[in-house]
Design a protein around this ligand. Structure first.
Ligand code: S5P
Length: 256
């Protein structure tokens, strides 16, 4: 039988994962916004607008041209105001010792403010062990990229299978996957899916889009939407509501 987000929250070992599923149920939202803008002003403005409708704000902190500590302070205030999880989409991909530093040091100090980060499985288990040393004491969570949305990507077949096995060996810290579908052998893990649009099927740089309905039917838990919400000529509030409703209706359909 399909479990609700709230029911699943109680059985998850990781605190961030529990919090995420609890707040999804509370806010009735499975929408994550991918906030890929390059100035602080735009970033904070859109985050404040979409905040009421999202369960998660996904960042690429290194694309901001005027990044500073004030941005992080303001982001944390918005997180308190609107109640969402912060996911820094850093896509770590190096040996354990290097990713440990990338996660905790440098100018971004990601571990201090991001509840969730993600990593490629390509370096092997050491990448998880390294990130875990920093993240687990802070109750953070990690997603592995088991699949990608872009045309011609190599995260398929045996690579995807090996990524799933790697996640299963680190269930205290790995809370789920970036992928387009649920995997049978680990149904409790969270599936977050990018490449979502209600209007178009691709961009001109290899991105491929599916609808919220498509991916939630395939077992996705959270839809990640970027330009569909704040792209040129869009009203971010209107679009956030539209995607939030589409995501939530697709989720409710599973119980009919
Ligand atoms: O396979 C992937 C994985 C990720 S995390 N494909 C993706 O598009 N992403 C991210 O999702 C990407 O980095 C971007 O931040 C977001 C999609 O943005 P959109 O504007 O195409 O919706």
């Amino acid at each position: 039988m399909t479990k609700t987000y709230g029911e699943r929250a109680t059985s998850l070992p990781n605190k961030t994962a529990q919090e995420l599923f609890t707040l999804m149920e509370r806010k009735k939202s499975n929408l994550a916004v991918a906030l890929d803008v390059t100035t602080k002003q735009e970033f904070l403005d859109i985050a404040d607008k979409v905040g009421p409708y999202i369960c998660c704000l996904k960042t690429h902190i290194d694309i901001l041209e005027d990044f500073d500590q004030d941005l992080i302070d303001k982001l944390k205030k918005l997180q308190k105001k609107h109640d969402f999880i912060i996911f820094e989409d850093r896509k770590f991909a190096d040996i354990g010792n290097t990713v440990k530093h990338q996660y905790s040091k440098g100018i971004y100090k990601i571990a201090e403010w991001a509840d969730i980060v993600d990593a490629h499985a390509i370096p092997g288990d050491g990448i998880i062990t390294g990130l875990k040393e920093i993240g687990l004491p802070l109750n953070r969570g990690l997603l592995l990229l088991a699949e990608m949305s872009s045309k011609g990507n190599l995260a398929t077949g045996a690579y995807t299978e090996a990524t799933i096995e790697m996640a299963k060996r680190h269930k205290d810290f790995v809370i789920g996957f970036i992928s387009g579908k649920k995997f049978n052998s680990c149904e409790e893990l969270i599936i977050m899916t990018p490449g979502i649009s209600l209007d178009i099927s691709n961009d001109d740089l290899g991105q491929q889009y599916k609808t919220p309905r498509n991916v939630i039917e395939n077992g996705s838990d959270i839809i990640i939407v970027g330009r569909g919400i704040y792209g040129k000529g869009k009203d971010a509030v209107v679009e956030a509501q539209r995607y939030r409703n589409a995501g939530w209706e697709a989720y409710l359909k599973k119980f009919e």
